[in-house]
Design a protein around this ligand. Structure first.
Ligand code: NAD
Length: 295
């Protein structure tokens, strides 16, 4: 069993750390919000009083933080992970952040003598709770193999996507497909309604035709055709519109930095921005159907 330092015990990090404890690992957790580390201790982990203490406690250090600047400060700042982790510790950042920051922090880790992986996830809080997350992992193959058993205690699908930063690249490219395809499905249902075509009829046809996609058949944004989709519970998340907007913005940042034309990705980011500006960032991202339908 491994000793693990876990920094960032929020909506995702808390259940992920709890699953590592359940799998028999020794987990020392820290969060800047008082009480979150103690909640981990109640579940059988250890509470650290500082990030340095958590970083020094593990042969593996895992972080699950909000955004790129948090990752930079936790790894590179005073008392940060790179200065505190034990020799030969493997560093694994599971946060969703920009590719550039992921590569810069991995390079700094490498200069300090550490292997580092970027390992963002999909599957949301439900996936974190049921240990069924998908991990998209960037970094050296040997480091990936070392991390794999731990990631398997928190997730079901674990994919090595290539060198440092490629986990983040995979995550934002996948979510750009999802954001664009969700909007396309919403537009089709809004048009069908105006044309007098029943939503269920369009679903039955498109689910078996060339318009078939995950946003339609697994996560239909219109109530009815897919009983488990958030549309049937007033668009309670799920995966929030605010999170989708964050990922679409990261994709736009990467497209800009790498001179790649992504006009539909840009349009999707703009539409999600308008939707979230209405105060609906906490709704499931498929709730953008309401916004498109009334436009
Ligand atoms: P969250 O805000 O609930 O959790 C982040 C935690 O990090 C908070 O508890 C915060 O207090 C802590 N934190 C911030 N700065 C810190 C620091 N310097 N030291 C220690 N702790 C610090 O966010 P979340 O929903 O758990 O998401 C975490 C990451 O996972 C994000 O990058 C997000 O984009 C990604 N993600 C979230 C979901 C989701 O559905 N929530 C799905 C996939 C990916």
């Amino acid at each position: 069993m491994a000793t693990i330092g876990f920094i960032g015990l929020g909506n995702m990090g808390a259940p992920m750390a709890a699953n590592l404890v359940k799998a028999g690992h020794h987990v020392t957790g820290f969060d800047i919000v008082a009480g979150r580390a103690k909640a981990l201790a109640v579940q059988g982990g250890q509470a650290a009083a500082t990030a340095s203490e958590a970083a020094a406690a593990g042969e593996i250090v895992i972080t699950m933080l909000p955004a790129g600047p948090d990752v930079r400060s936790v790894y590179l700042g005073n008392g940060g992970v790179l200065g505190q982790a034990s020799e030969d510790a493997l560093l694994v950042d599971c946060s969703t952040i920009d590719v550039e920051t992921a590569r810069a922090v991995a390079a700094a880790a490498s200069n300090a003598g550490f292997d580092m992986l970027d390992a963002p996830v999909s599957g949301g809080v439900g996936g974190a709770e049921t240990a069924s997350l998908t991990f998209m992992v960037g970094g050296k193959a040997e480091a990936f193999e070392r991390a794999r058993p731990l990631l398997a205690a928190m997730g079901r699908t674990i994919v090595h996507a290539g060198p440092a930063g490629n986990g983040q690249a995979a995550k934002i490219c996948n979510n750009m497909i999802l954001g664009v395809s969700m909007i396309a499905v919403c537009e089709a249902f809004a048009l069908a309604e105006r044309l007098g075509l029943e939503a269920q009829t369009l679903f039955d046809i498109s689910a078996k035709s060339s318009g078939q996609c995950w946003a339609l058949t697994s996560y239909c944004p219109v109530p009815g055709p897919v009983p488990a989709s958030p549309a049937n519970r007033d668009y309670g998340p799920g995966f929030t519109a605010a999170m989708m907007l964050k990922d679409l913005r990261l994709a736009q940042q990467a497209a800009g930095a790498n001179a790649t034309a992504t006009p539909l990705g840009a349009a999707a980011a703009n539409l999600y921005q308008l939707f979230v500006d209405e105060g609906t960032g906490g709704l499931d991202f498929s709730g953008i159907y309401r916004f498109i339908r009334k436009a």
